[in-house]
Design a protein around this ligand. Structure first.
Ligand code: AMP
Length: 280
């Protein structure tokens, strides 16, 4: 496993890779858990070489305190990746990527960035677009893997790749969960015992929505979700939406030709948890 901190040393190494081999890329912000590792395993199966980036991208944080408290577990991350026989790790410092100009580019994501995470986290997706485009340009992977845990991010990256005609195939990866259904996230470590015990309600509610969806109107499903969280002492609903899988436009009535997904964001104290599920 080769670990690089600079763009030049990484590119020098990548230049030696046989052009007939495929390079799969897994971008991460570190503090790796089994969800990340499931993506690395998939990438390993599907490519000749796998590169994982570990970079906490400052421009995608709307709150500076979130950036400051983002866990740094590099040593542990590298140990996990070694077990997976990961080929290459890229773990640059902020200046290596942003050369003293820590700013986002602005993107036209055709409205995909205006709803849900984009509405509640201003500038977040411009930050995501900026870092992912930079990393694609540095690494030039054949394939890149993104988790459906961040489904809106996945759609935005697909849109960016299409807009700029970037020569990379985007591969979606299913959401990896704890045994009790809570979607794995580096933020779960910040939950208190009571918050952690309550948190499976998020996925349980999504499963009930999936059950209700064929028979009930969208506003009934939304009311159901609101009620589920109203009386919970440890969880506070930020948003719940049912949206078209492709456009992410919210609807209040159903069209049987469309594919829908339910999206949820919940606060457990100051910890923000997101999840989503396919409804049909
Ligand atoms: P992050 O380090 O949080 O930026 O995540 C890196 C990648 O891992 C993103 O594509 C995420 O969507 C994905 N990811 C994070 N958590 C999970 C999970 N529980 N299941 C599947 N993918 C995940």
């Amino acid at each position: 496993m080769k670990v690089f901190k600079t763009v030049s040393s990484l590119q020098k190494y990548l230049a030696k890779i046989d052009k007939n081999k495929t390079l799969g890329f897994v971008p991460t912000m570190g503090a790796l858990h089994d969800g990340h590792i499931s993506i690395v395993k998939k990438a390993k199966k599907e490519n000749s070489f796998v590169i994982v980036s570990i970079f906490v991208n400052p421009t995608q944080f709307d709150k500076q305190e979130d950036l400051k408290k983002y866990p740094n577990k590099l040593k542990h991350d590298l140990e996990l990746l070694k077990v997976e026989n990961c080929d290459i790790i890229f773990t640059p410092e902020t200046n290596e990527i942003y050369t003293n100009n820590i700013k986002s580019d602005s993107f036209d994501f055709n409205g995909l960035d205006k709803v849900m995470e984009g509405a509640f986290r201003k500038g977040h997706f411009d930050g995501v677009g900026t870092i992912v485009k930079k990393l694609f340009e540095i690494i030039k992977p054949n394939t890149a893997y993104f988790g459906e845990k961040d489904f809106q991010q996945l759609q935005i990256i697909k849109k960016m790749v299409a807009t700029y005609n970037l020569p990379v195939q985007i591969i979606p990866c299913v959401i990896y969960r704890e045994k009790d259904g809570l979607a794995m996230s580096s933020r779960n470590a910040h939950l208190t015992d009571n918050q952690r015990k309550s948190a499976p309600l998020i996925y349980q509610t999504l499963l009930k929505c999936k059950e209700l969806f064929p028979e009930k109107e969208i506003n009934i499903v939304k009311k159901f979700v609101k009620n589920e969280f109203e009386n919970n002492k440890f969880l506070e609903l930020e948003y719940f939406e049912i949206a078209d899988t492709e456009t992410l436009i919210h609807y209040s009535s159903k069209n049987k030709n469309k594919k829908y997904r339910a999206f949820i964001a919940v606060f457990a104290g100051t910890v923000r948890l997101i999840d989503n599920i396919a409804l049909n």
